[in-house]
Design a protein around this ligand. Structure first.
Ligand SMILES: C[S@@+](CC[C@H](N)C(=O)[O-])C[C@H]1O[C@@H](n2cnc3c(N)ncnc32)[C@H](O)[C@@H]1O
Length: 205
């Protein structure tokens, strides 16, 4: 094709976003910061074990680094072949109401607010009534050409969660990510639970 190769651009916005995410997180070029993160890295191994979950999903698992360290865990990723299931989270064959813990570390972070809410609703539908989601997000800082991050912020975590039927559980914390230029960037870390817990039937007199 010569020097100016024309890369086809998908016309459908959802397909274009998938192409951009796939190119950005191509495992041949992308490196995970996970081992260096205080709250949303390997500290999660003990935390998740303490919840004694029967079924854990690591959605957007990247290199699937929790596999073998957290029991009963399935990693899903759009592009990384280290995942147990390589597919879009929206297409993942997970039965609703069966997952105790979802790790969504840097995954629900791309596209418009509409896309984010659609993805969160999907992930929320997997949860058991007492399940929880551990979230990590880039608050929309530029990371170079090719992919725009959704601007998560402490002010939109609760309303976006509510739109997906979720309630924040605990504080919003910060992890520090050292970028490729050697500068530190913040990452938001928080947990969601289903907003509606099953009601206990009232005792009959
Ligand atoms: C910032 S990386 C984080 C990877 C890993 N969780 C970690 O902390 O090292 C985000 C990952 O989410 C995946 N991802 C993004 N959108 C996705 C989607 N719609 N379905 C499945 N995986 C997705 C990407 O392919 C990428 O591997």
């Amino acid at each position: 094709m010569g020097e100016h190769q024309v890369v086809p651009v998908a016309a459908d916005p959802a397909a274009r976003l998938r192409d951009e995410v796939s190119a950005f997180f191509d495992p041949d070029r992308w490196r995970t910061p996970l081992p260096d993160l205080e709250h949303s890295g390997y500290a999660l191994i003990e935390q998740v074990r303490s919840w004694q979950p029967r079924f854990v999903i690591d959605v957007g698992c990247g290199d699937n680094l929790f596999k073998g360290k957290i029991d009963n865990l399935i990693g899903i990723d759009l592009v990384n072949p280290a995942a147990d299931l390589v597919c879009d989270l929206l297409d993942a064959p997970i039965r609703p109401g069966t997952v105790d813990v979802v790790l969504a570390l840097g995954c629900v972070n791309f596209g418009s607010q509409e896309v984010i809410e659609q993805q969160l609703r999907c992930v929320a539908s997997w949860l058991t009534p007492h399940g929880r989601i551990v979230m990590r997000a880039n608050p929309g800082l530029p990371t170079g050409p090719g992919l725009a991050f959704f601007e998560w912020s402490p002010t939109n975590v609760d309303p976006i969660g509510a739109a997906a039927g979720l309630l924040r559980d605990g504080p919003i914390r910060y992890d520090t990510y050292r970028n490729s230029r050697g500068s530190d960037e913040p990452r938001l870390v928080w947990q969601y639970r289903p907003a509606a817990l099953p009601t206990t039937p009232a005792a009959t007199p």
